[in-house]
Design a protein around this ligand. Sequence first.
Ligand code: GLY
Length: 368
Amino acid sequence: MTETLRVELGARAYDIHIGTGLLSAAGAHIAPLLSRPRVAIVSDEHVAGLHLSTLTSALDAQGISWSNLSLPRGEATKSWPYLQQVVDWLLTEQIERGDVVVAFGGGVIGDLVGFASAILRRGVRFVQVPTSLLAQVDSSVGGKTGINTTQGKNLIGAFHQPSLVLADIDVLGTLTERDFLAGYGEVAKYGLLGDAAFFDWLEVNGPKLAAGDVPARVEAVRRSCQMKADIVARDETEQGERALLNLGHTFCHALEAATGYSDRLLHGEGVAIGCALAFETSARLGLCSQEAPSRVRAHLKDMNMKVDLSDIEGELPDADTLMALMMQDKKVKAGTLNFIMARDIGEAFVTSDVAPSVVKSVLTDAYS
Ligand code: GLY
């Protein structure tokens, strides 16, 4: 059961394969890209422990030699020291311009290894083999790569498209429920931003997805990737429409900063809460009916996801501090923050015309 999508980017176009058994078939998919039969794999220790042998057996079966570097799991790995370690290792491994690097893991590994590939020898190709739902539906597609610094998330990076994405739905079976649902925050985002029929479908099929239904998982990843591929093909470097993919992210980034980028709030959980807050703000601005945020909240609650600020463990700073954290967002231009608002479910748009007093009242009410 495999679906193939194409990200139409001219000379940088690539396929996304979504389905089951893809890890076991990875050698056959990667072989046509190679100028010599070898690859360098960078993974995280957790993913490597679970799935590396399946990937390497598939490479062995095609006569592709490989070496592997496994890094610690977690957001702290997306940083200067590990970028240096990856680049040093790839140079030591004598990875050449014509070679291919395999990013095997979740969003942290994909972003880090994509960036290392972008700067190694002024750019080598890389393949994304995403192992989390979040990476399969969002970060592995579209070529945003980079690292975090003390000043903020993703402030250093490059657009560098992968040459291939292999999204094996089987590997989602080893995710914890919390990690799966965090990724689901990004899935729901696609319905909310541009496809009301997909959101209708998720309202019916979401619980089935969470329970492990494989055809439903393939369908959800396919529809998410299709929307992302289409948007990226039209606006690769986020001059306009691609910003819609940041629905919920302005609120999310402030909440992640307020919780110290810790386990208190996973990125996808913040996206889900952020989407609920964005719809609430849209309703208060009279852009959409109150029914829309009510449906968003009801669905997230049905999925046992975090919806309110009170669902985040521990103390949070007050609404003024969260507002100040929002102003650190990459999307601030000349002191004005661009928001993704919605006219209805599936109808998001970008605007800078959002009164701070309304955002503050939404945040203040979200504490209770
Ligand atoms: N995650 C948002 C984007 O790729 O544009």
